[in-house]
Design a protein around this ligand. Structure first.
Ligand code: DHB
Ligand code: FE
Length: 280
């Protein structure tokens, strides 16, 4: 049987990808950001997962306002890197795991979540920046990746509670797959940030750290945070944090916190990072 062996959550700030691609990680601005990812890079290297499920959001790259799936599961053989307007990032193409992805679609849809099945999709910084942080700069990503895109761009995004329950359905799906796969799950996006209008540049470390504490120890309370509170406290793009709840739901009720990193600022956001393992 397949099982979830660890969870990796991180912000996906595009400038982090640019800093890595351009060899700037040792510069004084970036050094404290990347220092917080060294231990978890080693953790990932030791873990050697067979597959990564990456819960992320598309930023009007693969999907536009013409088509807005709430939850979209990537079932393709491969996912090309998107050109977001500045050329493609020089990172390897993402190779999928169609067998596990189709099994997940079957299990999760029959569990009454109406996933959108995606057979062709380019992936943007929401997915590639977390892969770069976790795996560094290899010639090929070390494992296949199943993208799960969550709409956090156009209101209404899913509730935190719905996201936590989707994570539970993901765990059930993984644990009913016959092959002995060791699966790591990523939650991405956040932390507090607002990219436009009067409050552009908003960062709220108190909210962010409370969210990290709740996510680890009281995920039901984190899941009860309403959209209006994310908006007010963490800025308009802070709503990306609901994706961390999908990751958390895929873990056991109690978890061990392996690693945490929080740094302000990186570009316009606070950077947050958590590594968790199942306890039960
Ligand atoms: C920034 C952060 C994001 O999450 C994003 O998707 C785009 C830009 C930023 O801080 O610049
Ligand atoms: Fe984003």
């Amino acid at each position: 049987m397949a099982r979830i062996v660890g969870a990796y959550a991180t912000s996906h700030v595009p400038a982090i990808g640019v800093a890595m691609d351009q060899g700037k990680t040792d510069e004084p601005y970036w050094q404290p950001v990347f220092a917080g990812y060294e231990a978890s890079r080693q953790w990932m290297e030791d873990l050697k997962p067979d597959v990564a499920i990456v819960v992320y959001n598309d930023h009007a790259t693969a999907f536009s306002l013409e088509l807005i799936p709430t939850f979209a599961l990537g079932c393709a053989e491969r996912f090309p890197i998107a050109d977001e307007g500045m050329g493609k990032r020089p990172v390897p193409e993402v190779v999928g795991h169609p067998d596990l992805a189709w099994h997940m679609a079957q299990s999760i849809i029959l569990d009454e979540f109406d996933l959108t099945i995606v057979n062709a999709m380019e992936v943007d910084h929401g997915l590639t920046v977390p892969l770069s942080l976790a795996f560094g700069q290899p010639d090929a990503w070390p494992c296949p990746v199943i993208p799960l895109a969550v709409n956090v761009v156009q209101y209404p995004p899913p509730t935190g509670h719905r996201c936590l329950n989707l994570g539970r359905a993901i765990r059930k799906a993984v644990e009913s797959f016959d092959d002995d796969l060791r699966v790591v799950i990523f939650g991405t996006g956040g932390m507090s940030h607002q990219l436009q209008a009067q409050r552009a540049g908003l960062i709220n470390p108190e909210f962010d750290n409370r969210f990290l504490d709740l996510l680890v120890d009281d995920p039901e309370a984190a899941a009860a945070i309403p959209h209006v509170e994310y908006l007010r406290e963490s800025g308009s793009e802070g709503i990306e944090l609901v994706m961390w709840l999908v990751m958390r739901g895929a873990l056991t009720p109690r978890v061990t916190e392996i690693h945490r990193h929080y740094h302000v600022p990186a570009s316009n956001t606070a950077v947050g990072h958590l590594v968790l393992e199942n306890q039960d």
